[in-house]
Design a protein around this ligand. Structure first.
Ligand SMILES: Cc1ncc(COP(=O)(O)O)c(C=O)c1O
Length: 393
């Protein structure tokens, strides 16, 4: 077997199950799960209808590049959303089965393991796929701790020159999971400069781009940042998804967009990998990308929850409404694992210890003594969870 498989760490939810093994949660309380970032709002009827109305497509093998109508719908959405020229639907866009598989596959296609000691730079805490993708591509992850002290930004100036020289791929996540931080134009400028100097590819994870709390201020996107800085998309690929935007995590639909030369090779890789999107899902995705009404309603529900729940928690956790995404990332008054255990045992609420989302790097685990609360359940359940958390101290 591939020895790199041995480098894969247990997934955070496995560690959480291990942490809770043998504990019986207080039966006086109904279970509330805030640990998993799985959207729970209702899937819009227009998407379900498009899926059902296109089941005839199950009789055909789909192409890896997807149908032109899907790529054109995505291109039009990118132009509307970011105020950028519509990307070339044939060369600059590839549909993917959710951003997760694409984020993983991308490293396999990008990393040149014949060059000495390839490095993949990742935020820390981070979406676990980045690390596994790096290992299986034969690279080593280099973690940049995102902490409140640096406003949850990745400090590229702290990366040693020797590491930058070996860096082939950088994962960025904006809005970030778990902090919800949105990267500024200046931060993008710095990353682009370093990419130009050292030649690394930028994988911009934007799966939370449509979850934010100020309708007048949507998060800056990477393609948009490049445009504003007068750049083309050289060495830049963004990863976007319908899962959170349209409440369809089970549909597995997203896209990658950006550097045409990289996407040409990535498409070739994917043809062999065999990950074309089902024709019915392609049609349902077109319907989703073409509609914004359900997305605005989705944001309204999240905004309502964040505004109601955050103040209730501020006595117990150091926590603020994030820039975007649907997590509260709060500092705990006790070790994060103890907080999670006590909350589960005494009040039947499940949250994820922050240390499980991060690795020890540069002498610290930057997730330690934080917890991540996914406000995905109903407003009533989130409020009820907040009331129980208040009782913990
Ligand atoms: C940061 C981040 N990226 C990517 C994903 C993958 O989402 P999907 O594969 O549903 O697009 C997730 C899912 O939770 C995530 O948190």
């Amino acid at each position: 077997m591939n020895p790199n498989l041995n480098k894969l760490q247990p997934y955070p939810f496995q560690r959480l199950r291990d942490l809770f093994a043998g504990i019986t949660p207080n039966p006086d309380y109904k279970p509330i799960n805030l640990s998993i970032g799985e959207p729970k709002h209702v899937t819009p009827a227009l998407i379900k209808d498009a899926l059902v109305n296109n089941l005839v497509g199950l009789a055909n093998y789909p192409t890896t590049a997807g149908i032109p109508a899907l790529r054109e719908a995505i291109s039009a959405w990118l132009a509307r959303r970011y105020g950028i020229p519509a990307p070339d639907a044939e060369k600059q866009i590839v549909p993917v089965n959710g951003s997760r598989e694409a984020l993983f596959a991308f490293a396999q296609a990008v990393i040149d393991s014949s060059r000495p000691l390839p490095v993949v730079i990742s935020p820390n805490p981070f979406y676990q796929i980045y690390e596994g993708a790096a290992f299986l591509a034969g690279a080593e992850p280099y973690f940049l701790n995102t902490l409140p002290e640096n406003d949850f930004a990745m400090d590229f100036d702290s990366v040693p020159e020797t590491v930058l020289q070996r860096s082939q791929l950088v994962y960025l996540c904006s809005p970030g999971n778990p902090s919800g931080k949105i990267m500024s134009l200046d931060q993008w400028k710095r990353v682009f400069e370093l990419s130009d100097r050292y030649g690394f590819v930028i994988a911009a994870d934007e799966c939370y781009s449509e979850i934010y709390f100020d309708e007048a201020n949507p998060p800056l996107g990477a393609l948009q940042a490049a445009q504003r800085l007068g750049r083309d998309y050289t060495r830049l690929v963004v990863f976007s998804s319908l899962s959170k935007r349209s409440n369809v995590p089970g549909m597995r639909s997203g896209f990658v967009a950006g550097d045409a030369a990289i996407l040409e090779k990535f498409l070739l890789y994917r043809t062999y990998h065999g990950c074309a999107m089902s024709p019915a899902v392609q049609h349902a995705s077109i319907a989703a990308w073409q509609d914004e009404t359900h997305v605005i309603e989705n944001r309204r529900l999240y905004t309502q929850k964040f505004e109601a729940v955050t103040p209730l928690l501020q006595a117990e956790l150091e926590v603020n409404i994030p820039d975007g995404a649907f997590y509260l990332w709060g500092r705990t008054p006790m070790p994060d694992t103890e907080f999670a255990v006590r909350l589960y045992r005494d009040f039947n609420v499940t949250v994820l210890p922050g240390s499980y989302l991060a690795r020890e790097a540069h002498g610290v685990n930057p997730g330690r003594d934080f917890v991540r609360l996914a406000l995905v359940a109903s407003l009533e359940e989130c409020l009820e969870a907040a009331e129980r958390i208040k009782k913990l101290s």
